[in-house]
Design a protein around this ligand. Structure first.
Ligand code: GRF
Length: 207
């Protein structure tokens, strides 16, 4: 399955997915990496693995539609079948969400629907978890729809929040979980084991 990665930052999730493929734990193929940030580490990782890497930002285009048309052109040129947002901080244009309905994934560093939504990303998420005295947090892989962090939940894994956790220590524990569950969720899609009924996602057991 041809996978496109959208990323904005260092690309640790991209690296985890790439490693799963290189270790033959995941039989997909990353055929395209796009970032809104020309300095994103994710673009460097792509280039070092000879993966087509593009800087495309809404700021370069006169409208969301022209930006969306450019993204769509890239996705079609590379025969993309699954879009994976890996630390991507921008909203996916609705034209893309429609065309790739139920085929765009995102990972959020909390247990949705808690601690999600517009503006809830990075350290802000972990600060809110600690400020609210939550005893568990974790990571969520979900389908992308037209609202931030709102689509049907595909996979979650939790982590304990301990009394002396800081946003930094919690972020590190959650990021480790992200690197575990994202390849697992993508593997289920690649193997056709994901059934989506409304807002309920069922993953059939695999090997
Ligand atoms: C991290 O905060 C992660 O929780 C979220 O995006 C940020 C960067 O991810 N998914 P990455 O290291 O660029 O994959």
């Amino acid at each position: 399955m041809n996978i496109a990665i959208f990323a904005s930052g260092g690309g640790s999730n991209l690296r985890a997915i790439l490693n799963a493929i290189l270790q033959k734990k995941l039989s997909g193929r990353i055929c395209l990496v796009v970032s809104n940030n020309s300095k994103a580490g994710a673009l460097e990782i792509a280039r070092s693995h000879q993966i087509p890497a593009y800087h495309r930002s809404q700021l370069q285009y006169p409208s969301e539609d022209t930006f969306a048309a450019e993204l769509l052109k890239l996705l079609e040129e590379h025969d993309v079948e699954l879009v994976v947002l890996a630390g991507y901080m921008k909203k996916v244009p609705s034209m893309i969400v429609q065309r790739y309905r139920n085929r765009i994934l995102n990972i959020h560093p909390a247990l949705l629907p808690s601690f999600g939504g517009k503006g809830m990303y990075g350290a802000r998420v972990h600060e809110a978890v600690i400020r609210n005295g939550a005893k568990v947090s974790g990571a969520t892989v979900h389908i992308v729809d037209d609202e931030y962090d709102h689509g049907p939940i595909v996979l979650q894994k939790r982590v304990e929040v301990v009394h002396d956790d800081t946003p930094e220590t919690l972020a590190a524990k959650v990021l480790k979980i992200e690197h575990e569950i994202y390849p697992q969720a993508i593997k289920a899609f690649v193997e056709g084991r994901v059934k989506i009924e409304g807002r309920t996602v069922v993953i059939e057991p695999g090997t």
